[in-house]
Unconditional design. Structure first.
Length: 563
């Protein structure tokens, strides 16, 4: 009966070009948030929508925005910016622009969208804004910078303002930018706030952005149901985490694309270098990398170039130790704040659309319930299946209990976090290998790996290509820099011999675990060679210790005297 009452896309009075594109994208029917929000937005109402991660919020405001612009094209003669979409992270801005470009395949000439969230190529962005695209996607700081520079004017013609991931806008430090940006907007415009939670920051933003809004708080769990998303926990201390992860990956107990979350950027590289020793490739995603590199990493992961991505979320950037120590402990150890330059417009644990993720692995347990929810939201998106495996140490048990209590509310008190059965003693051989490989990744190796990545980006940077052409000696000096301290790769570690396998898996897993490369055999010729028989006889003599035994400097004993 519920399916009979469901409103389909063709019943929403959408333009035929939009409907054709939706059909081409394979969207059979709207999600719950799309079914509810799109009609309200088409009526021109301000909307505050709250829906869980992966529920289709981006299309819920993108489709009405495109329809609104197509309607305005029939009544206005001059070209202008009609919609401004703000997002706290550059990665999410790129994702939103990609969704809009996909939805406008059939009306690309009528509706043009550009993304100006990147801080690079300001002059190019200025020229694009002078052409007055219909939709502009940006972070609050980039939008305000272009407004102050008069590269775009919104005072007279803006019709729609969208703030996506509204609960992150203030936590990313955009409160002042948002308030100043509103002064550049017209007095009357339609506004939309989209968020995964209704936090105090969202309610504060609602007061200054929306006017008599309709609040959509859908009665659905924050995460996918238990039939679609399974949650597991495994008690393990620091020394055992790496060994368990190595065993799970090598025994193919974890299949499909996976995101491994850690607390700090350094641990991203440490885990990447650790996995490399076992020929397990992965890529690193964190806020210290340039935006172009982060977007390329996500794109390569989505296209299947990498099966594993190691990420640090924005929570870890707020504390130098990743939140492992209490405030008084940090003071006692007198830890200095990190001097590394972090990009505040980056967030990994939420917002980015990682596609077809089968597993989320919390190598370091998240610092709070919200982080767990948004990490877990990277998998089981749409109608896909997924699982979450969390390593939990003794000191992290209170955090796990808080997550369990929060999640059980949406599942009528049922236990959500199931215990993952894993007997580490059955793979004791993995532990010895793992300890050596984990200790091999020193702080020096991590630092040099980061420097190596930075140098590679310098060589790939388009802006520097012209400089290097005029100054070849600088390029030569960069290339002739001292050798990096990399972790020594031992090829034999990539192979798992049968004796390391648990007894229960030897018969089943023997064919799945890769075998070491067979040694190359020398080609033997049947043609007899000169002296081959003599050489064979000599080798036989050499192999017989009695025949090859020689005694040197021995003299015959003197004859006994007969006198």
């Amino acid at each position: 009966m519920a399916d009979e009452k469901k409103v389909m896309f063709h019943e929403m009075e959408l333009d035929d070009r939009i409907l054709k594109t939706i059909s081409q994208l394979g969207w059979a029917h709207p999600t719950l948030i799309q079914e509810t929000a799109i009609p309200l937005l088409l009526e021109g109402k301000d909307v505050l929508m709250r829906a869980r991660t992966g529920s289709g919020k981006t299309a819920a405001f993108a489709i009405p925005a495109i329809q609104k612009i197509l309607n305005l094209k029939n009544t206005t003669s001059h070209q202008c910016i009609k919609a401004l979409i703000l997002s706290p992270s550059k990665e999410l801005c790129g994702q939103i622009a990609s969704v809009i470009n996909n939805l406008t395949l059939k009306c690309a000439r009528e509706v043009r969208c550009i993304d100006i969230s990147s801080s690079a190529d300001t002059h190019i962005q200025k020229s694009l804004l002078l052409d007055k695209p219909d939709i502009v996607v940006a972070t609050p700081s980039r939008a305000l910078a272009h407004l102050k520079a008069n590269n775009m004017r919104l005072k007279d013609d803006l019709s729609l303002l969208v703030v996506d991931e509204a609960d992150l806008v203030f936590s990313f430090g955009y409160e002042d930018e948002i308030k100043e940006l509103l002064g550049h907007l017209p007095k009357i415009y339609q506004a939309v706030l989209a968020s995964a939670t209704l936090s105090d920051d969202v309610l504060s933003l609602k007061k200054i952005v929306l006017r008599n809004p309709v609040t959509l708080k859908l009665e659905e769990p924050e995460l996918a149901p238990a039939s679609q998303l399974q949650h597991y926990h495994l008690f393990a201390e620091e020394d055992d985490k790496a060994a368990i992860l190595y065993a799970l990956l090598k025994l193919n107990l974890i299949r499909g694309k996976s995101i491994i979350f850690v607390r700090t950027v350094d641990r991203c590289y440490k885990l990447k270098l650790y996995l490399e020793q076992f020929k397990i490739s992965s890529c690193v995603l964190n806020s210290e990398l340039p935006a172009a590199v982060r977007c390329l990493s996500v794109e390569q992961f989505n296209r299947g170039r990498y099966q594993i991505i190691v990420a640090s979320d924005e929570k870890a950037l707020e504390k130098p130790d990743g939140g492992m120590l209490a405030g008084e402990e940090i003071g006692s150890k007198k830890r200095q704040k990190s001097k590394r330059r972090k990009d505040k417009e980056s967030g990994v644990s939420r917002g980015i659309d990682f596609q077809h993720v089968s597993n989320v692995i919390n190598f370091d347990f998240p610092l709070d319930v919200a982080s767990y929810v948004h990490r877990a939201g990277r998998t089981a998106r749409g109608n896909n299946q997924g699982s979450v495996l969390s390593f939990v140490s003794i000191r992290e048990k209170p955090l796990m209990h808080a997550v369990e209590e929060h999640l059980s509310r949406g599942f009528k008190g049922q236990q959500v976090l199931q215990k993952y059965e894993f007997a580490l003693e059955e793979v004791e051989g993995f532990r010895y290998r793992s300890r050596d490989a984990w200790r091999a990744v020193t702080r020096v190796a991590v630092r040099e790996a980061r420097l190596k990545e930075i140098k590679q980006e310098l060589l790939n940077c388009r802006k520097l290509q012209g400089y290097f052409e005029e100054n070849p000696t600088d390029l030569a000096a960069l290339k002739r820099d001292k050798a990096l301290h990399t972790v020594r790769v031992q090829p034999q570690l990539a192979h798992v011999p049968e004796y390391l396998l648990p007894a229960a898996l030897r018969s089943e897993q023997g064919d799945d675990v890769e075998a070491p490369p067979a040694p190359k055999k020398r080609k033997q010729s049947n043609k007899p060679k000169f002296g081959s028989a003599k050489r064979h006889k000599y080798q036989a003599r050499q192999s017989d210790p009695l025949k090859s035994f020689k005694v040197k400097n021995m003299t015959q004993p003197a004859a006994p005297s007969t006198a």
